[in-house]
Structures are given as C-alpha cells and as structure tokens.
Design a protein around this ligand. Structure first.
Ligand code: GAL
Length: 370
C-alpha cells in the first residue's frame, strides 16, 4: 500500500468510528432525553399510544405547542411511524383541530391521551380521546371519537359523548352485593357522583383502549370526578359503548390507565391523581378484564420510584415478535412549556409473575432477550 493511501485511511478512521458510534447511539432508548424524529425535531406525541400493524408501529399523541398554551389543543393529534421502535418518521397530523367555532374540537379545546385501534370488521382505524370543550376547564369530561381509512389518517371527527348514559355497572363475581350502587340511595360520595351522572352519561378523562385476544375492545377511563376507573366494552365497530362496564376501586382515584395481558392475566398500571405533577404508579392485576382488580402496590423500584421517575403512565406497548416483551410508556410533563414534555419508556421485567420497573439511563430491546 502506498504511503499516501495509508495516511488517507488513518485520517478517515476517526470519522468512520464517530459515524458508526452515532448510529449505535440511536439504537437505544434514553428515557427523558430529547428524542428526535427523522427531521431532527423532538417527537411531539404526548399522552400517546402505539398501534402495531404489518411491521409498522404507529405512535399517536397530543401535539403540544410552546408555553402553557400547549396544554390546550392548538394543532391536533400527531402520528409517527417506525419499523424498529428507535427511529420515528413524522407522519403528520392525524386528527386536526377545527376552525369551526361550533365544532367540539375547535382549536383551543383540550384533546388528551388519544389511542387508536384497528377494526378488522369495518376496516376502520378508530381513535378515541379525552375531550374537554373550549374554555370549559376540565368540566366537560367527554370521550371523543374519530375514524380513518388509513392508519396515519386523516381522521374524521365523528362525535363526543359521556359514555353509558342510563346504564348501571356490571359487577364481576367477587364484588359483594352490599357494594352495588343503589341509585335511589347512594352509599357514599363516589356513588353519589355516579348517580348524579347516571342519566346524562359518565365522565371520561384519562383513558386508554385495549383489544383483547377475542377481538373485543374496551375503553378504560377515569370517571366519576376521577374517583374511579371504568372498564367499558365497545361494540363490534368499536365506535359505541355497549353499556357493559365495571368500576375499579371506587374512591381510590386512579388516573392514566395503561393495560396489558400476559399468560392470561390482565395487568394495569396507573397513577394517583395529582395533575401534571408526578406521583407513585399503581399496579393492578385481574384474571378477567372487568375485574375484580387487585391493587398490588407500586411496580417501580429503586431511586425515583416514589414519583415514577418523574413520569406518568400512558400506554403499555407489546414488542412485536418478542414473547412477553412490554414497554412501559410514560410522559414527563412540562406544563409551563408543554412542547418540551419528555417520554419515559422502560422495559417491564417480571419477578415471580409480578411486573416491575427500574430506571435505566439507556437501554435496548436486547434487554428482553430473543
Ligand atoms: C393529569 C392527567 C393529564 C392531564 C392533567 C391536567 O392528571 O393525567 O392527562 O389531564 O392532569 O392537569
């Protein structure tokens, strides 16, 4: 080899090393760090959820703008796509806010925690979200529905509603009859809120969607002034509630539900009710989706566990192609500058069948094994 060639190689070598290293760095999850999309822009999909279909992951979340104005919907629901969960491509705004002042989703309303599921029967992509009407604070507490023919949208807003008007809860066996609600004579404050909303429909705030192995879908949301969670069945088209729903720990005030199933058991991780401020996560386990759910304490371990490492649950993502591999997705909210909110994704580990979470500055899908 000529001496000049050797010099060229030696000069280029550090760059080759740096480039391969840059690439290696992108193949990791770094909770709470800035996570850039294909355009180098911080991913803007808060309170999100992920749909997996035919080799592609679709991440939907609240598009936030700068400042505290970003706590209201100024743009809509943003969608990103990925093949490997590390690299995300901006797929644009899936659901846009409206400029029609008569629309429920007029710019300035609040759209939170959008989730999308695919309905095989209708071949529609079905998005439900928590909707608050413009300038009404958090009092409307409605469920919003939008559908699309393609996963990335555009989604068409269909309706907003308070679920299950005039319906009574379903009580899975194990809930004593003495604890069933009596509309004539509510036994406590929580039951009184339920009865107050019985005719008009139940409140719907923090929420998620879950499609079970049999294709049935469930809408799981904080209800009754966030005093409890409702697990509500959706109809075959996923666009209406059937009227069958159960309540999880009335009076316990659980928010931010995220759910998954492993070896036939249902697991739910949620949070306590402290607004944008973090609190301790809560784990619930059940052998039927309607419950009874058993509270199993805080799944987080180690430093930061008492405040969920600064985050609040939003979704639990099953990793495609890996058995029993689940990613806990949480938001680290920045309400003063909403667009700066960060994502905390952590692998769920199991100790004696019990899900656990531990902080990691950086981790990869290899931590799940093959
Ligand atoms: C949180 C909730 C968020 C948002 C916030 C508003 O408890 O999880 O989605 O609604 O309150 O303060």
């Amino acid at each position: 080899m000529k001496a000049t060639k050797l010099v060229q190689i030696l000069v280029l070598l550090p760059y080759v090393f740096i480039l391969s290293n840059v690439n290696a760095q992108q193949q990791t999850f770094e909770p709470a760090a800035i996570w850039k999309d294909n355009n180098g822009i911080h991913i803007n999909a808060h309170g999100g959820g992920v749909l997996y279909q035919k080799g592609t992951y679709y991440w939907f979340g609240e598009h936030k703008v700068e400042g505290s104005k970003g706590n209201t919907a100024q743009v809509g629901v943003h969608c990103y796509t990925s093949k490997d969960l590390y690299h995300w491509k901006d797929a644009g705004i899936a659901l846009s806010v409206s400029d029609d002042p008569e629309s429920d989703i007029v710019r300035g309303c609040i759209i939170e925690r959008p989730k999308v599921i695919y309905n095989k029967r209708t071949r529609k992509y079905v998005m439900w979200f928590h909707l608050e009407l413009k300038d009404k604070g958090y009092w409307a507490a409605r469920a919003g529905l939008a559908t699309a023919d393609r996963p990335t949208g555009p989604y068409t807003f269909i309706k907003s509603l308070r679920p299950n008007a005039g319906k009574m809860p379903f009580y899975p066996s194990g809930i004593p009859v003495a604890e069933h609600i009596n509309v004539e004579k509510p036994a406590n404050n929580t039951d009184s809120i339920f009865c107050r909303d019985w005719k008009g429909g139940q409140m719907c705030r923090d929420m998620t969607l879950y499609v079970d192995d049999d294709g049935k879908a469930y809408h799981i949301f904080s209800s009754e002034e966030n005093m409890t969670l409702h697990i509500a069945e959706l109809d075959k088209s996923y666009t209406s509630h059937t009227g069958k729903f159960s309540r999880v720990y009335p009076g316990f005030q659980t928010e931010a539900p995220a759910i998954f199933k492993r070896n036939g058991k249902y697991y739910m991780i949620g949070s306590a009710c402290t607004g944008w401020a973090p609190n301790a996560a809560r784990l619930f386990v059940a052998s039927s989706i309607y419950g009874p759910w058993k509270y199993e304490g805080n799944p987080c371990q180690g430093e930061g566990a008492g405040l969920t490492y600064g985050g609040q649950s939003t979704f639990i993502l099953p990793v495609a192609g890996k058995k029993n591999a689940f990613i806990f997705m949480a938001d680290k909210w920045q309400p003063k500058n909403a667009i700066d909110g960060r994502y905390i994704w952590l692998p769920i580990t199991f100790k004696a069948e019990k899900p656990e979470l531990s902080w990691a500055d950086s981790w990869t899908l290899n931590s799940f094994g093959s």
